[in-house]
Design a protein. Structure first.
Ligand SMILES: Cc1cc2nc3c(=O)[nH]c(=O)nc-3n(C[C@H](O)[C@H](O)[C@H](O)COP(=O)(O)OP(=O)(O)OC[C@H]3O[C@@H](n4cnc5c(N)ncnc54)[C@H](O)[C@@H]3O)c2cc1C
Length: 496
């Protein structure tokens, strides 16, 4: 009898999940497809493409070693690749894809889907939760998850008596000498080298000098172990801090592995709780980390599926500007925080959530950049990008393009926030404290410009009342708007 063909997407690299969970070499064959449409369809960050391709090729080798018949194809697109061999098999199966686009192209060619268990919350369950809510607050979802999964719960109550330690977890970087943790550098093997050599023929951004991303399950486990030993303890306090002294601070660097299947959320949580149970980890750090995995990550995935395919086109603020040229060249701006952040993306395809939100997206929002332009740039450049995670984070959370379906108020800030949470401003060419001087920080000026130009859109939003009121009291609002216009023009021309 013909075997069943399992299609393994580049984010399903796990033997124990999805369509591979029940597969055996005697009854199943495997196919991977490197879609040339995807590969050549964008100017990807080199780290991102290297990681995705090399991790898939490593995983394909592991499956071959286990005795599976594995076909690794390069074809014009995924569906064509599968169709080129599917007639030799009984049927084709795959885990439910993580994007609308792939779901459609695979179902169009008759692939049968296995429920997606790469997340802790099935899509239907999230939908059920969302229907029981008046508003879709992450905090409420997170508490529901803690109860449902029995994580950091004792007798139905949160361990330690509180659900949330955010107020302890918002420290700026220490002013005095501080030793930031280091992370493993991953040795490259012949598969990695082969991918690197192939990539040299493509038009890509970024650089591969730093071997910060491993491409196998073994490397992903090494990353997890390193985080738990060296960084977990102080994960909480410095979660939102930014510093020139450490690119990774205490962050876990686990998102690429969680998103391509080399690690799963259940095992990450299990190992984190084991470490906490040994008594080495403060509750605020443990809770802060657990919140990211069972809260934010699951919430974002759930929203992606309930908001629907057209959500990405939302543009509540009618922002139409193109992406600023500085996004393509970290050295082209004198804004230290922006230059440092873009440089991090160029080198590693990664910066943590605050530079993504409060530097890159904040700048794009303040400059009235089209949300989709930012979405595409981020998708092309971040090591951990995927449709399900980028769309709600960019369209909803960071650009407020959905008019508040996800976050009731936009995440925007002036230079004072950046100055408080980082050490970028000390030797920057701009001054975060002023708004109408020649050297005023563009974030500060543009923050008021944003509030002013959107004042009618936000007038009924009670959470924006204080900010709008502050803007109304500015005596120099006309000069601020004038300088804001000048800054947007200069930033769009690549001159600031
Ligand atoms: C504008 C914007 C774009 C983002 N794009 C992505 C993306 O493409 N891919 C991605 O995985 N994350 C994205 N995030 C979320 C977050 O920035 C990254 O998950 C995190 O920086 C990854 O680094 P880490 O593994 O060290 O995370 P840690 O700070 O160590 O957090 C642990 C884990 O929590 C999860 N997590 C935390 N916040 C989120 C979130 N908002 N959405 C989804 N998962 C979350 C991640 O899996 C992460 O690995 C984005 C956030 C913003 C504001």
């Amino acid at each position: 009898m013909a075997k069943t063909l399992v299609y393994v997407a580049h984010d399903n690299l796990n033997r124990n999940k999805g369509a591979l969970a029940g597969a055996r070499p005697e009854t199943h064959a495997i196919v991977f497809v490197e879609s040339q449409r995807v590969l050549n369809g964008a100017r990807w960050n080199r780290q991102r493409l290297f990681f995705l391709l090399s991790a898939a090729r490593h995983f394909a080798e592991e499956l071959k070693d286990e005795g599976f018949e594995v076909t690794y194809l390069k074809d014009k697109d995924t569906a064509s690749g599968i169709q080129s061999i599917s007639k030799n098999y009984e049927e084709v199966i795959s885990v439910e894809p993580s994007s609308y686009r792939l779901s459609k192209s695979l179902s169009d060619i008759g692939v049968r889907f296995i429920p997606n268990d790469f997340f802790l919350t099935p899509r239907a369950l999230f939908e059920q939760w969302s229907k029981s809510q008046k508003s879709l607050k992450m905090e409420n979802f997170y508490r529901w998850q803690r109860q449902r999964l029995g994580i950091l719960i004792s007798n139905g109550e949160p361990v330690g008596g509180r659900w949330n330690y955010d107020d302890e977890n918002r420290e700026p970087p220490p002013k005095s000498e501080y030793r930031w943790p280091t992370y493993p550098s991953h040795e490259r093997d012949s598969i990695d080298e082969e991918v690197i050599s192939e990539l040299s023929n493509l038009n890509l951004s970024g650089a591969l000098d730093e071997a910060v991303w491993g491409t196998s399950r073994k490397a992903a486990l090494a990353q997890l172990k390193s985080f738990l030993k060296k960084s977990f303890k102080d994960f909480g306090p410095f979660e939102d801090a930014m510093t020139v002294k450490s690119w990774s601070l205490h962050h876990s660097l686990l998102s690429p592995y969680l998103n391509n299947g080399l690690l799963t959320p259940d095992e990450v949580i299990r190992e984190a709780l084991k470490e906490f149970d040994k008594g080495n980890i403060p509750l605020a750090s443990c809770e802060g980390f657990i919140r990211q995995i069972i809260g934010w990550r699951e919430y974002i995935n759930g929203l992606y599926w309930i908001f629907g395919e057209n959500y990405r086109e939302s543009n509540f603020l009618e922002s139409k500007n193109p992406l600023l040229p500085l996004f393509e060249n970290s050295q082209s701006t004198k804004m230290k925080c922006v230059s440092e952040t873009i440089s991090g993306v160029e080198k590693r395809g990664w910066v943590h959530h605050i530079p993504r939100l409060m530097i890159l997206s904040n700048l794009a929002a303040l400059c009235d950049v089209s949300p989709v332009e930012l979405l595409v740039w981020m998708r092309n450049n971040f090591i951990d990008a995927a449709d399900w995670v980028m769309v709600p984070n960019v369209i909803g959370m960071s650009m407020h393009a959905d008019g508040g379906r996800m976050s009731t108020k936009p995440y925007i800030a002036g230079g004072a926030y950046i100055s408080r949470m980082s050490d970028y401003c000390g030797d920057c060419a701009y001054n975060p404290k002023t708004r109408i001087e020649d050297d005023s920080c563009p974030f500060t000026t543009l923050y008021w410009h944003y509030l002013h130009r959107n004042r009618d859109r936000f007038k009924k939003n009670h959470r924006m009342f204080q900010q709008l009121n502050g803007m109304k009291k500015l005596k120099d609002i006309d000069e601020t708007i004038k300088r804001g216009d000048f800054l947007i023009e200069g930033l769009l021309a690549g001159e600031i």
